[in-house]
Every structure is written in C-alpha cells, then in structure tokens.
Design a protein. Structure first.
Length: 628
C-alpha cells in the first residue's frame, strides 16, 4: 500500500491556510501483467471519493473514473425529488478500514460452452470502508484482474442491524480515451450504430463494444446480474467521452449483498473479445445442478402448423437430419397473452402424449413454448406436469426484463425448471450475464436482432464482436425463406460463427420445403457445444471467420457484409501431423439449383491456405474430419 499525504496551500487575502487532502493509491494487476487497475481514494474535508483507471499492455483503456453508488435504507424516490441536493451518496463520509488480497488459480470443465476446459485465474483486492458516523454501515470495493479482463463490484457486508437498502443509482463511470467510438444498440434486438460518446438519443445495451483511437477494442459488460436491476450505459450529462451505468429500476436488497460485476475487456483484435468471453462465466458461481446428465444441447426445429400431419413430418425430418428437438410454438395451450389460458392442457386438436412418444422412439425430444402470463400464474403447477409428460424443455416467451422484480422472478423460474429437469430457452430481450454457468439448464437466450427480423449481412458481421461477447444466443437461423437478405452459404456459416447450445434451425421452414437440399448435411453434422474456439480473423461490420472444434472434428464459418470479400484462410490452427477431409460449402451463382450452394471435397492440412472469394452477403462453411 502506497500512502501519500498531500498538503494543498491556498492563498486568500495574503493569508495562507492549509486544506488537508489525503490520497491513497493501490494497484491490482492480472496474472500475466497485461492488465493494471489503479484504485485510489481521495479525502477532502472529510468527504471521500473513490477512483479507478485501467490500462492494457501499458495503454490506457479507461481513464481516471469515479466509483459511486446512491442508496439509503429509508429514503423514497419522492424524498429524493423533494430534496435532490441531500446527500444520498453512500461513499461520502466513509473511512478506509482495510485491504485484503487473494489469488486464485484453478480450472473447470464446461460441457456446454465454447471451450470445454476453462481457466479461472485472477488476482483480487477487496477494499473495506465504513461509515464514520454509523458503525456497521460498510462498503467493500472488490476488484478482480484476470488475463482476460478486469471486473469490479460493490459489496455490502452483513449489517448487524439487518437493515434494508434501496439502491437508487449506481454511478460507476467509464472515462474513455478521447476519440473512442461505441457500437450502440438501444435495446437488445436493436440495430447497431458506431457512434462517438456524445449526444446519444438513448442508453445502450450491454455488452458495449468500443473502438479506441489507440487501436484497441474494449468491451464493457455485466456479469452475475441475478438479483438486481439491469444496467445500461449512457453518456454522462455534460461530459462527452464519459459513460456511466444506468439502472433500469431501483434495487431493494438486504445485507449482505453484492451488485453485479462491471467487466472491462480489451483486445488488439476484436476476435479476442470472443475468445476471452468466458470471463463472464468465471464471475458467476459454479453449477448448482449436481447431476447435469439430463441437460442435452442440440438443434431444434419449430413446428409451425401445430397439426398431426406437420408434427409427424417435423419429427421425421428431425430424426433423419440430425436434429434433436422440435418446438411447439405459442398458442398450443390457447391465447398466449390471456391469463385465462391453461398451460397444463393442450388446446389444439393434438394428442401430445402420442407425439412425445413418437419422437422419443426416433430420438427427438419435444419443447413447449409458454408465455410469461402462464409462467407467472402456473409455473409451480405446470413444470412437474411437463416433467411427467417427458418434455425436454420450456421456451419462455415475452418475459419482462430489466427491473429488479422481474429479474429475480426470472431466475427463480430457471431454478424451478432445473428442479423439474427442464431445460430453458428465454426469448425476446433477455440476455444472460454468465449465469448459465450456475444454471446450465438455461441452454440459450435470445436478446438478438436475429432472422425473425431478417437483418442484412452487415448486421450479422457486427453481432459476433458485440452481442456474442455476452455468450449464448439463439439467432433463429432460417434457410429457405424468400425474405432472407443473405446467401445460403452465409446461413450455413452462421451455425459456426454464432454460439448457442440450443441452436434453432429452419425457423420459418417446413420439412417439405427442405426436401432434396443436399447441403443441409452440414447442419446435420454440426455440433452446438465445443471443446475449442478460435476467431481466425474479422473486422466489426465487415466480416468474421470462426473455427470451432468438437472432439477431433473442426468446423469453420466465414461471413461477409454486403461487400464482396476475398479471404486468405490459413489452417495453421490444425495439428501439424494430421490431414483432414474437408467438405466445403460455398456460393456459386452459376449453379442451376434452388440454393446455388457448391459442395467440394478437399484434403486439408495445417499448411493449407485457401483464397475464397465471398459474394456480397455471402459465406463459406467447412466441415473437417481427420483422416485416420
């Protein structure tokens, strides 16, 4: 600990008097030394302020920024409105008590991720403060530095009086280097715009990927947001270049409790943000499900018509084409937005038990869509019923997200589903913050402007480096829909570029439309969880090339924006002593086929370099099997 006593001399009317300023400075470094967090306290006239800054490889990525939280145990929002100048800031009249340093070096196995072996290695410093006039009112600033990024949070130890706290604001600043731009998206399914940090119309979702003038890329994210209010990022009023967290609603908490982690990741290439995004998982607790054998990732097709004939066709298609599940979408139990609909009963002319059994015989499970109205009213009743029926999972639809109330409710629903051996897919605006490590039955979520909304290829090349830094995401891949704005090879590649343990395929397609399409064999053989992930190259909004390994097989996906793009694709990531049989799927407009996808067989080794030229909005998909 480095303590520095600064004496400021002020001259008033020729008379000198002293104003004591006490500053204390600390440093937390990542195990590899690349990240450095400078944490400091500044006390002036008994008023305490807390600051931090972050550098990566000796380059500043977050400049000196203030840490502040506004809360009280009895003040209402009305009181704050009546007396806005009153001191509701918890930090102000505190004293520094102690510092505790810890280091962790471990590794854990993830059967449901982008990499199966996950290092968990960090240095942590915890700084304890206590109210000067109220003993027992304590605050702890916890700072962790990983090789993959840094994180901080506010922790409130047990108050001996057992007091309730209401958090009104969490004013954590992120003062970015001058000239920084950010990929702003106003809601989870919004389009993206690269904007300077000023004059935003609204707040931006997280993760928020920034491009710094020094050439680095920085992602600001949130981790372990499970009993709290969602934060977004906004430009601090009157301070362009400074971002600040903005809570969706106030938080009602009882000590001890912690805020979510605020995460800062840096990279020299944007693909490194994807490769290192397991930091969000590491900031969550280990799995609370002792036996996860019943959690089975896979691919799923939506049964659109909800008829006997289409159910049979979907199950048969899934069985023959390597899909593990079908989904009965909304209205199978009645109007989904009506609290009077009963999700314990089938409202359509369908013998559900018959088709569950039929699917089981063919290795195909059944998922059910349930809207929030029915979940709120019936989840304790229907989840045991679904378990008895043999349902594989439940897709939560149109859930309220963001507020403390609905965040807590949603995580309670995930846990209740786990108690009944039900997997969960949460659609609409919800995004995980790494808590799928704790509850791996949450196999995917949406929070994406995906194929339901038919975005263009440029949007698709933004997503890997922005939305998917946050982890699992169901893009709802389509294939034969005429409204698509990309080529078919682009769609094939998305199955590799995007990560979702439950991968939705053929969102708007019916089995009869897909008959005789030879390249769908790529989807048939495509895994949805991985042992290793590498981002080979890419630029945000231009293109992305991703390679993923499952056991001994590799899959490569490349997508471009609306421009033609020539790639230099090296396979030097392969073992040097192995050769692979490669099936290459590319766009060929000269073919007289429905999809104009060319299929080639090649022999590939670590010395191979391909020079494919991608069509505008096009793509490339490759499946590599080792030659024994």
């Amino acid at each position: 600990m480095n303590r520095l006593l600064l004496i400021t001399l002020l001259f008033l009317s020729g008379i000198v008097f002293s104003l004591p300023i006490l500053a204390e400075n600390f440093e937390v470094k990542s195990p590899d030394g690349n990240y450095s967090v400078a944490f400091s306290t500044l006390k002036t006239n008994d008023n305490l302020q807390l600051f931090y800054s972050v550098s990566y490889k000796n380059k500043p990525i977050v400049e000196k920024s203030e840490l502040d939280i506004v809360l009280d145990n009895h003040v209402s929002e009305l009181a704050m409105a009546i007396k806005p100048d009153a001191d509701y800031h918890f930090v102000g009249n505190m004293d520094f008590v102690s510092q505790k340093d810890t280091s962790v070096v471990t590794r854990w196995r993830n059967a449901f991720g982008e990499r199966s072996s996950v290092p968990d290695h960090y240095n942590q410093s915890s700084f304890l403060f206590e109210k000067r006039d109220k003993k027992g009112y304590q605050l702890q600033i916890e700072i962790r530095a990983y090789n993959e990024g840094v994180a901080f949070r506010y922790h409130f130890p047990l108050n001996p009086k057992g007091l309730y706290y209401r958090v009104f604001q969490e004013n954590s600043e992120f003062v970015m280097p001058q000239g920084t731009k950010a990929w702003v998206h106003r809601w989870a399914q919004a389009p993206y715009d690269l904007l300077p940090l000023e004059n935003w119309i609204d707040e931006s979702e997280r993760p928020l990927t920034c491009e710094l003038p020094n050439g680095l890329f920085v992602a600001l994210a949130e981790a372990q947001m499970i009993d709290y209010s969602r934060a977004k990022f906004k430009v601090k009023p009157g301070q362009p270049g400074t971002l600040i967290t903005s809570l969706w609603t106030p938080v009602d908490a009882i000590t001890p409790f912690s805020t979510p982690w605020r995460v800062i990741m840096a990279a020299e290439k944007p693909g490194q943000l994807i490769e290192n995004n397991f930091i969000l998982l590491n900031l969550n607790e280990p799995s609370k499900i002792a036996n996860t054998d019943w959690i089975k990732p896979g691919k799923i097709m939506r049964e659109i018509a909800q008829t006997k004939e289409n159910t049979k066709a979907c199950i048969d298609f899934a069985s023959e084409n390597g899909l593990q599940y079908i989904l009965y979408d909304w209205k199978w139990y009645g109007p989904a937005f009506d609290f009077n609909s009963d999700a314990s009963k089938v409202a359509i002319d369908l013998d559900l038990q018959k088709w569950i059994a039929y699917g089981r015989e063919r290795g195909v499970g059944v998922w059910l869509y349930v809207n929030q109205q029915a979940l709120l009213k019936q989840m304790r009743e229907i989840f045991p019923i679904y378990k008895k029926w043999g349902i594989a999972g439940v897709k939560f639809g149109f859930v309220q997200v963001g507020s403390h109330r609905w965040t807590s409710w949603l995580h309670e629903a995930i846990q209740l589903a786990a108690d009944n051996h039900l997997m969960v897919n949460i659609h609409d605006d919800f995004r995980t913050t790494g808590e799928n490590r704790t509850w791996p039955n949450m196999v995917t979520v949406e929070g994406i402007r995906g194929n339901e909304e038919f975005p263009d290829a440029t949007h698709n090349t933004v997503l890997p480096f922005t939305r998917y830094v946050g982890g699992i995401g169901d893009y709802t891949i389509c294939y034969m829909d005429k409204r698509l704005k990309t080529t078919h090879a682009h769609q094939l590649a998305l199955g590799v570029v995007y990560f979702s343990p439950l991968q939705t395929l053929y969102w708007y397609d019916k089995p009869e439309i897909l008959a005789g399409i030879p390249e769908t064999v790529f989807f048939r053989n495509l895994p949805t969880v991985w042992d290793e992930t590498k981002v080979l190259s890419g630029e945000i909004g231009k293109y992305a090339v991703v390679a993923r390994r499952n056991d001994k097989q590799w899959f490569v996906g490349a997508i471009t924006n609306i421009d033609t793009r020539k790639l230099s694709l090296s396979f030097d990531f392969l073992p040097k002593d192995k050769k692979y049989k490669a099936q290459v799927y590319s766009d060929d407009p000269t073919l007289r086929t429905k999809t104009q996808v060319k299929i080639e067989s090649l022999i590939i080794s670590s010395k191979t370099v391909l020079q494919p030229e991608l069509l505008p909005s096009g793509g490339l998909a490759i499946w590599l099997e080792p030659i024994l």
